[in-house]
Unconditional design. Structure first.
Length: 392
């Protein structure tokens, strides 16, 4: 079963390479457009202006120290405004009204819990309409978490070593774990700038992923019209083999295309899209979703020309509403919500988080999960469509 699959995949790849579509659509056009957009519109994004709600239910030294550290930080001086709010409910209302972009909530007893070595959890409220403000709030809380973990470990180690409980606090503070010690000087978001070449490079990669994988599924309809598909199905191979072979090539070329666009953008403009492992995983998930959606289009199309037309419309609609052609923060509020109905929107959101926060794979677990879910649903519908139509 594997040999027929690989034979069909190899034939599809040779065909795509010989007729030039793989080279042009997967590499030349997306890289050229990403470069042109980057040269024309690239450069630092305007400095981020973020208003973050600060809910201090703790009223302790730890939360007060965090507030002082943030307000005295030079990198955030012209970027961040803290707004004191009395409760989590009030913070949520301000967030929903658009008065703040995100909120940090210190729970009651936080300082006491950390001092006792029990740790603590700071909540972050975010809004899809202000993704970068959420990145800033999460970056601050990540720093807090590191300090809390260090303090908790120091307290537990002291107790385990046999230090009397009434002397633990003094010992921990004497050995450098006295307070938050919050440092944001090296934080990637301190300054709130993301090079626009990252937006347009990732946008072109996301857009052309649809065209690259779509060409393979389109060829199924061409081969049905020419009778080639019937001849393949007449052989001793499972019915799904032609579809799987072409899907394998389309997916592979799609991954090559997005990775090549990513690499060229980073090399030409000297910018980073974020943690390489996280970026790669997110781009692969996007290609998977794009492959499933174009497969769904092909399963419903009657002709290869119809598949081409529908794929082009779907690709550009998702690119526009998903932030591939226009940065998400430039879209009106309701369109930013619509963006999350598209794979491009989740890919753009994930890349904004990676480029802005310097986070790793955990930063984009949700976007990757949503993209895989889209691929699963669209792929299942496509399989049902092929079973009734193309393979029926």
């Amino acid at each position: 079963m594997l040999r027929p699959l690989m034979s069909i995949a190899a034939l599809e790849l040779r065909t795509r390479v010989r007729d030039g579509t793989a080279l042009v659509v997967a590499l030349i056009v997306p890289i050229a457009l990403a470069t042109l957009f980057g040269l024309a519109l690239g450069g630092d994004d305007p400095p981020l202006r973020a208003t973050i709600g600060f809910v201090d239910l703790d009223r302790g030294e730890f939360s007060a120290s965090v507030r002082r550290e943030v307000m005295s930080n030079e990198q955030l001086k012209d970027t961040l405004t803290l707004r004191d709010l009395p409760s989590r409910q009030e913070a949520q209302r301000s967030l929903d009204a658009g008065d703040i972009g995100s909120a940090i909530v210190f729970p009651q007893g936080f300082t006491k819990s950390v001092g006792a070595g029990s740790g603590g959890q700071v909540a972050v409220l975010t809004s899809a309409e202000s993704p970068l403000a959420g990145v800033v709030a999460n970056a601050i809380v990540d720093r807090i978490s590191s300090v809390v973990d260090a303090r908790t470990l120091a307290v537990r180690a002291s107790l385990a070593y046999g230090v009397p409980g009434d002397r633990v606090k003094e010992l921990v503070e004497r050995n450098g774990a006295a307070g938050p010690g919050l440092s944001l000087a090296d934080d990637p978001m301190a300054g709130g700038k993301i090079d626009l070449s990252v937006y347009y490079g990732s946008g072109m990669a996301a857009l052309f992923a649809f065209f690259v994988v779509g060409a393979s599924f389109r060829s199924l309809l061409t081969e049905r019209r020419q009778g080639t598909l019937n001849r393949m199905r007449a052989g001793p191979i499972p019915q799904w083999t032609p579809i799987a072979g072409k899907a394998l090539v389309g997916f592979g070329l799609g991954v090559v295309s997005v990775v090549a666009t990513w690499a060229s953008s980073s090399l030409i403009f000297g910018t980073s899209w974020g943690d390489p492992v996280a970026v790669f995983a997110l781009l692969v998930a996007h290609v998977l979703a794009a492959a499933a959606i174009t497969m769904l289009v092909a399963s419903r199309a009657k002709t290869d020309a119809q598949a081409d037309g529908v794929t082009m419309v779907v690709s550009f609609v998702m690119a526009f509403f998903g932030g591939s052609l226009v940065p998400l923060y430039n879209l009106p509020g309701f369109l930013q919500k619509v963006a999350l109905l598209t794979p491009n929107g989740w890919t753009s959101t994930g890349l904004i988080r990676l480029a802005g926060s310097g986070g790793g794979l955990t930063t984009v677990i949700v976007p990757i999960g949503v993209l895989c879910a889209i691929a699963l649903v669209a792929g299942g519908l496509a399989a049902a469509g092929f079973r009734k139509g193309l393979l029926g």
